[in-house]
Ligand binder design. Structure first.
Ligand SMILES: [Zn+2]
Length: 159
């Protein structure tokens, strides 16, 4: 199955479609994807293969940032507003709020949480290739093979 590189707008629509198909919510799916992205423990993520998030995608970064730095009720509210009310990616909501704060002259006096100095935003970098068993740098969520050759070889073996 070929992997698709998704731009953020496209990703949002893919997530929406996937949410409808699986009778769940965009928020739930994004949470799962970010969790897999961060904690990847050899779980089967094949269901996400067509909808994977690359680690450089803004939506992963925004979700990770919001989940790890804000109190849970604020994070949940931000996602509810973005996904359900405004129907936009979370990163757009985040940057929209940032822009709004600027326009209201609030940049010089931000709210600073003392917990932020100890926040560790971590990501799992290593995965094990399903074909050759070698470990390699994770380039995207749901990655199972180190390269196209390994993917093709695996396909041939499992036809
Ligand atoms: Zn390999």
């Amino acid at each position: 199955m070929p992997s698709i590189t998704l731009k953020d707008e496209l990703l949002y629509h893919k997530l929406k479609k996937y949410a409808e198909e699986t009778n769940t919510t965009i928020s739930d799916i994004t949470e799962d994807m970010v969790f897999d992205f961060l904690t990847r423990k050899g779980k089967d993520t094949s269901a996400f293969d067509d909808y994977y998030i690359r680690k450089e995608d803004l939506e992963v970064q925004a979700t990770n940032l919001i989940n790890t730095t804000l109190p849970a009720h604020i994070a949940a509210f931000a996602k509810e507003i973005a996904y359900l009310n405004l129907k936009i990616p979370l990163w757009q909501h985040l940057m929209g709020i940032y822009r709004l704060a600027h326009d209201q002259g609030q940049f010089p006096a931000p709210f600073l949480d003392t917990a932020w100095s100890s926040v560790k935003i971590t990501a799992q970098h290593i995965f094990k290739c399903k074909n050759c068993g070698k470990t390699a740098e994770l380039k995207r969520l749901g990655q199972r093979f180190c390269n196209n050759n390994c993917a093709a070889e695996y396909e041939r073996k499992h036809d």
